[in-house]
Design a protein around this ligand. Structure first.
Ligand code: FES
Length: 160
């Protein structure tokens, strides 16, 4: 039986960090920075190289919203889903953006411009609901402001 070769980049990065499970977040973050997102092969190769199961790799990858497991849009919108933002009304924002973008939370628009996701606390709990648009933090959001913001990004992108 032919042994499939492991991705050299995966082996190099896991070797650099050390093949211990507690290094998985750092390894995965660097792989995403290099590759854009984690493919199934990357996960399988990393699991094999670290001598752990692919499920263990996936469970770490899916815990952290910044570790992408599928292609994402140019603009990634992350709505905080933790308790303060939940109580401040984040779900209304999610619903408004799903309607505006015509996607479900977790998905990407067909033009690959926007991805909509939920994330855990981003440290702006006293100014919720809070959201991230790529690296920009937006606080005290509501549905109207969020939709206007997305339209602004869209029109700026079209004007480029
Ligand atoms: S709970 Fe939303 S930023 Fe902390």
């Amino acid at each position: 039986m032919k042994t499939l070769e492991l991705d050299r980049e995966v082996v190099e990065i896991s070797g650099k960090y050390g093949k211990s499970k507690e290094n998985l977040p750092g390894i995965l973050q660097e792989l995403v920075a290099k590759k854009g997102y984690l493919t199934e092969k990357t996960v399988r190769d990393l699991a094999k190289d670290m001598d752990i199961s692919a499920n263990e790799v996936y469970s770490v990858a899916t815990f952290y919203s910044f570790i992408k497991t599928k292609p994402t849009g140019k603009y990634v919108i992350r709505i905080c889903q933790t308790i303060s933002c939940e109580l401040a009304g984040k779900e209304e924002i999610v619903k408004a953006l799903e309607k505006e973008l015509r996607i479900k939370c977790g998905d990407t628009t067909d033009d690959m411009l926007f991805t909509l996701e939920r994330t855990n606390c981003i440290g702006m709990c006293d100014q919720g609901p809070a959201m991230l648009l790529n690296d920009e933090v937006y606080t005290k959001m509501d549905s109207k402001k969020a939709v206007e913001l997305i339209r602004e990004y869209k029109s700026k992108d079209i004007l480029k």
